[in-house]
Design a protein around this ligand. Structure first.
Ligand code: NAD
Ligand code: MG
Length: 299
C-alpha cells in the first residue's frame, strides 16, 4: 500500500492511497486481521535509528491500529515492549509480537481488560517484572462507539467509555509512577475530538478532552522528577476502532476525506510522534499535545 521505498522524499497527499473502505462491521473490539482494506502499521516501512535503545516500554491497546504501529516502531528503535490488549485480540497481538521479535527485541504479551482496577495494576506490575523495569509508558487503549442522539446513549456506554479511555489512564499511570525514574516518559493518546467533538461522539470526545487536561496537569506535577508526560492527538486514522461501531457504516467510504490532505491517515504515520515524545531528543517538551491529523487546524 505505501510507497515506502520513496520515504526519503514523498508527497504526503499520495504517500498512502486515498482509501474508500466498503461498509463493514466487526464486534467490539475489532481486529486488524479482518480490516478491509488492511491498515499500514509500518511493518514494511518503519526504519529505526536507535532512538529508544534499551528502553522498556508498556503500550496499552498495542495489538492493532495506532498502538501496533507504535509497538513496531519502538522495537525497531531498540526498545523491549510489553503489549496490553483484550484477550479476544490475541491473533492481532501475536502478529505484532512476531514483528517485534524479528527486530531482535523482547515482546511481552499482557492480555487484560483495563476497565478493571486490579487489571490496570497487574498489567503494570507484570510489565515491570518481565521487562526488568519500566521507562516508557504509552496509554493508548481506547473505546469509541458512535451514538447519534444523547437520548440513545446508554448509561453503561458512557461509564464504560470513561472507564477505558480516562480512568484506566489514571490507574495505569498511578501504578507505573513508583517504577519510573528520571528520563522516563509517558505518552497518552488523545484525539482531535478533544477540540472538535463530533455530534455522534459526545461521550468519547469528552474523555479525550479529559486526557489532554490530565496530560498537561501531570506533566507539571512530575516534571521536577525528570518524568515527561505528553500526548498525541490523531485525526481520522484507519483502524479497527472505526469499523467496530466507532463510525456509522455509511460514513466509512468517505472516512478522512474531509481533511486538508484529503485522505485518512494510516497508523504508521502516528509512530514518529510517539517515538519523538518518548526519546531523549524531546527533553524540553512537556505537557504538549502533538497533532497528527492531516492538517485540520486545532486551537
Ligand atoms: P484500535 O481498535 O486498533 O485500538 C484500540 C485498542 O484499545 C484495542 O486494540 C484494544 O486493545 C484497546 N482496548 C479497548 N478496550 C479495552 C479494554 N477494556 N481494556 C484494554 N484494552 C482495551 O484503534 P485505534 O484507532 O488504533 O485506537 C488507539 C487509540 O487512538 C485510542 O485511544 C483511540 O481513541 C485513539 N484515536 C484513534 C483515532 C482514529 O481515527 N483511529 C483518532 C483519534 C484517537
Ligand atoms: Mg485491537
Amino acid at each position: 500500500m505505501s510507497t515506502h521505498d520513496q520515504l526519503t522524499f514523498c508527497d504526503p497527499v499520495s504517500r498512502f492511497h486515498r482509501i474508500s473502505p466498503p461498509r463493514q462491521s466487526q464486534p467490539e473490539p475489532g481486529l486488524d486481521a479482518e480490516l478491509d482494506p488492511a491498515a499500514d502499521r509500518g511493518e514494511e516501512s518503519y526504519r529505526g535509528t536507535g532512538r529508544l535503545e534499551g528502553r522498556r516500554a508498556l503500550i496499552t491497546g498495542a495489538d492493532s491500529g495506532i498502538g501496533a504501529a507504535v509497538a513496531i516502531a519502538f522495537a525497531r528503535e531498540g526498545a523491549d515492549v510489553a503489549l496490553n490488549y483484550l484477550p479476544e485480540e490475541r491473533e492481532d497481538a501475536e502478529r505484532v509480537a512476531e514483528i517485534i521479535r524479528a527486530a531482535g527485541r523482547r515482546a511481552i504479551l499482557l492480555p487484560a481488560d483495563l476497565a478493571d482496577v486490579e487489571a490496570c495494576r497487574s498489567v503494570v506490575s507484570d510489565a515491570v517484572d518481565q521487562l526488568g523495569g519500566l521507562d516508557a509508558l504509552v496509554n493508548n487503549a481506547g473505546k469509541q462507539v458512535s451514538v447519534d442522539r444523547l437520548e440513545d446513549l446508554e448509561d453503561e456506554e458512557w461509564t464504560a467509555t470513561f472507564d477505558v479511555n480516562i480512568t484506566a489512564i489514571f490507574r495505569v499511570t498511578q501504578a507505573a509512577l513508583p517504577h519510573l525514574e528520571a528520563g522516563a516518559t509517558i505518552v497518552n493518546t488523545t484525539s482531535i475530538q478533544a477540540y472538535n467533538p463530533s455530534t455522534n461522539l459526545i461521550h468519547y470526545a469528552s474523555t479525550k478532552a479529559a486526557i489532554n487536561n490530565f496530560t498537561k496537569g501531570m506533566a507539571q506535577q512530575v516534571a521536577s522528577r525528570g518524568i515527561r508526560v505528553n500526548a498525541v492527538a490523531p485525526g481520522p486514522i484507519w483502524t479497527p476502532l472505526q469499523v467496530s461501531k466507532g463510525q456509522p457504516q455509511d460514513a466509512l467510504p468517505d472516512f478522512g476525506k474531509d481533511t486538508p490532505l484529503g485522505r485518512a491517515g494510516q497508523p504508521t504515520e502516528l509512530a514518529p510522534a510517539f517515538v519523538f515524545l518518548s526519546s531523549p531528543e524531546s527533553s524540553y517538551v512537556l505537557g504538549e499535545t502533538l497533532h497528527v491529523n492531516g492538517g485540520t487546524p486545532t486551537p
